[in-house]
Design a protein around this ligand. Structure first.
Ligand code: SF4
Length: 335
């Protein structure tokens, strides 16, 4: 019996602002190429979904938006993204530095101050080690110095920051130096957390960099206390398996993704939100049909001895789906 799939929301994405990084672990590699669709048409479509959710009292449904792959937006797009965020009751105030083009000197200061005047109060940085280690992971020489220079400029202007620090076998030895550098940058750190790679995008190529239970359990206190936020359950595959099997027969509730681009916008504009959502859900269900149940995947591909650590059970399942694809030629389902 294939797994039952239920859409619990829709995430509309637009590949609008090109990414200037080539991260080796890129989690969203499929959306790095740009789309020619004007932002205004995308925005209109998303507003229609928010109107539908409101009118139909679909409180159970999550409508999300991702305009990427980088946040290197012009000011008009930035205001548009803020309008969409406001529909969810939030404020768009933190700009992600991932994939930003290089700007120097006055051009960089002007860029930063323009965004501050437009309501941006801080920056989010993702760092994989420091210096050359980070630059190598991110595929751009000088990127660590660039991102920390922006954090410094922002801090000096009263801006805050969020820091996501990737922990892998090769970033671990650099953590003390990384934290010393970050602690030396002025400005308020709103949140700082340590994260592992999800098993997604290009990251599965680096399974040998994944930390093990032994490393997790011996993390220095300075790093261990940064395990915060949504994904704090760092478990090895052998620890995840019993938990996954407890809920193996439950339907999977997913946020369905919809990439909006110049090739599908006409059709989307002509369809109702119900039709779009239902069609998307069917597509996901179809893609899961040839996939064995979770319990069967586990029997075939689960490794009850593996001490490699993952942040989500879905990461472990992703590994099994890849092994299944390799063995049978059946592509993993849409994710
Ligand atoms: S910044 Fe890195 S992870 Fe983000 S889209 Fe660009 S290459 Fe991918």
């Amino acid at each position: 019996m294939p797994r039952q799939i239920v859409g619990k929301g829709l995430r509309l994405t637009l590949r609008h602002a090109p990414c200037a990084h080539i991260c080796r672990y890129c989690l969203i590699s499929e959306t790095r190429k740009g789309s020619a669709l004007p932002f205004a048409r995308f925005e209109q479509l998303v507003h229609r979904f928010y109107d539908w959710k409101l009118a139909d009292h679909r409180d159970d449904l999550e409508i999300g938006v991702f305009v990427g792959p980088s946040f290197d937006y012009d000011l008009e797009t930035l205001r548009g993204v803020a309008r969409l965020r406001a529909r969810r009751g939030g404020k768009f105030q933190i700009l992600n530095l991932g994939g930003l083009r290089i700007r120097r000197g006055e051009a960089l200061t002007a860029w930063l101050e323009e965004r501050q005047s437009a309501g941006i109060i801080g920056f989010h940085t993702s760092l994989a080690g420091c210096d050359e280690t980070h630059d190598r992971w991110n595929g751009r020489r000088g990127d660590f110095a660039y991102q920390t220079a922006i954090l410094r400029l922002g801090g000096e202007r009263g801006m805050v920051r969020h820091e996501r620090l990737f922990l892998t076998q090769n970033t671990l030895p650099h953590f003390d130096r990384l934290l010393d550098i970050l602690d030396g940058i002025p400005g308020e750190v709103r949140n700082r957390y340590v994260t592992l790679f999800f098993y997604a995008g290009l990251a599965p190529r680096y399974e040998n960099e994944r930390i093990t239970e032994e490393i997790r359990d011996a993390l220095p206190e300075r790093i261990g206390r940064l395990r915060q936020g949504k994904f704090v359950d760092w478990r090895s595959e052998r620890e995840w398996i019993p938990l996954m099997m407890e809920v193996a027969d439950r339907p999977r509730r997913l946020i369905l993704k919809l990439d909006v681009h110049e090739g599908n916008i006409d059709a989307l504009e002509k369809s109702s939100c119900e039709e779009i959502f239902a069609a998307r859900e069917r597509l996901y269900q179809d893609s899961y049909r040839p996939i064995p149940s979770l319990a069967e995947l586990c029997t075939r591909y689960g490794d009850p001895e593996s001490r490699k650590v993952y942040m989500m059970s879905r990461d472990v399942e992703g590994r099994w789906l890849d092994l299944h694809a390799r063995e049978t030629g059946i592509k993993p389902p849409i994710d």
